[in-house]
Design a protein around this ligand. Structure first.
Ligand code: NDP
Length: 323
């Protein structure tokens, strides 16, 4: 037998139940991974509440983990028993042991510990594609990053600064502002009410070519007002709730703007892309350019407490659950 956090219905943190589950067996193309750490992400909240749907109940949520391969199904050649691996994507991470398609696993370099890997895969790969593919950030660009002291946010601040960009971070408190500054934000705005005016002041009226908005409903309108003509609105999350339907004519009225709603799953769907993104991520981590920030740890069986902290905006940086 093994243990996992399962949900039997959508709801508040109390639906997360620590339960006995059978030890899974890997089928063709699959590997059994014994987790040493599991990443906590805001997307886990969406799956718990039903904003995003699980395939059926009971369900094991969670989309990021790191650990050691303990068994292989037939036909797996990309990893071996004993390999240190990490992944982001397939549901089922809130468990001591899990089965996963072996082609989703990335071998973790010896220089990176497994707890760090567990918090880097989902948030770090997201930062990678947002800065290199969704919009190619160049030296001299000024960019707006919402939730700048959060998991994805701190990685975006560090990496964008390394790329030569000037980051305007948006946060909800002075303590978070200080953290964003320490991680590379050149300017920090507290709250989004006056954000467009602040961006106008900081940029001398030019406004910005891209806004990375993970907050959603509460910030969408203010984010559009920060963009220069032909700018790109990157709406990549809903931590305050989903963005209501958009009248696309607003994009012409505000200066021929572009709008995208990207996901990591699209960007990492092809194995070659996943490998390239992970190599890029581990390179900047090895160089010390991007430092993973495990700011909170919880026991896996206390996942409900971790969810409460994340939803209450009490966390900064990344959070891991330890089995
Ligand atoms: P964070 O650590 O960023 O936590 C969420 C933060 O959002 C909070 O700390 C808070 O920062 C801010 N926030 C603003 N309004 C609210 C609200 N009403 N309730 C709760 N939080 C709020 O989480 P993650 O780093 O895990 O994820 C960040 C976002 O990125 C999420 O929306 C997530 O879904 C998205 N994401 C999208 C991906 C994609 O590929 N599309 C992949 C990975 C993540 P503050 O207090 O400073 O406002």
């Amino acid at each position: 037998m093994s243990k996992a956090i399962r949900i039997h219905a959508y709801g508040g943190p109390e639906v997360l139940k620590w339960e006995d589950v059978p030890l899974p067996e890997p089928g063709p193309g699959e590997a059994l991974v014994k987790h040493t750490a599991i990443g906590l992400n805001f997307i886990d909240v969406y799956f718990r509440t039903g904003q995003y749907k699980v395939p059926g109940f009971p369900a094991v949520i969670g989309q990021e983990g790191a650990g050691v391969v303990t068994a292989l199904g037939p036909g797996v050649e990309s990893v071996a028993v004993g390999d240190r691996v990490a992944y982001a994507g397939p549901l089922g991470a809130y468990a001591i042991n899990r089965v996963i398609q072996a082609d989703r696993l990335i071998k973790v370099p010896d220089t990176v510990d497994l707890t760090t890997a567990a918090c880097l895969m989902l948030q770090g790969l997201t930062a990678q594609y947002l800065l290199h593919r969704t919009f190619v950030v160049k030296p001299g660009d000024t960019i707006v990053v919402h939730a700048a002291a959060g998991g994805v946010g701190l990685l975006l601040c560090q990496w964008a600064k390394y790329l030569g960009a000037r980051v305007i971070g948006v946060v909800s408190s002075e303590a978070k502002a200080e953290l964003a500054r320490q991680n590379g934000a050149a300017h920090v705005v507290i709250g989004h009410a006056g954000l467009p005016a602040e961006v106008k002041r900081i940029t001398g009226g030019a406004m910005v070519p891209v806004v990375y908005d993970s907050v959603g409903k509460d910030t969408f309108a203010a984010s559009l007002d920060c963009l220069a003509p032909l700018g790109l609105m990157v709406s990549y999350g809903n931590s305050s709730g989903p963005v209501p339907p958009v009248d696309v004519s607003i994009l012409s009225a505000k200066g021929s703007l572009f709008l995208t709603r990207p996901t990591l799953s699209t960007h990492s769907a092809k194995r070659a892309d996943l490998e390239r993104m992970a190599a890029d991520l581990f390179e900047v981590v090895a160089a010390g350019v991007v430092k993973a920030a495990v700011h909170q740890t919880f026991a896996l069986q206390d996942a409900a407490a971790a969810h409460r902290a994340l939803e209450a905006r009490e966390t900064t940086g990344s959070t891991v659950l330890l089995p």
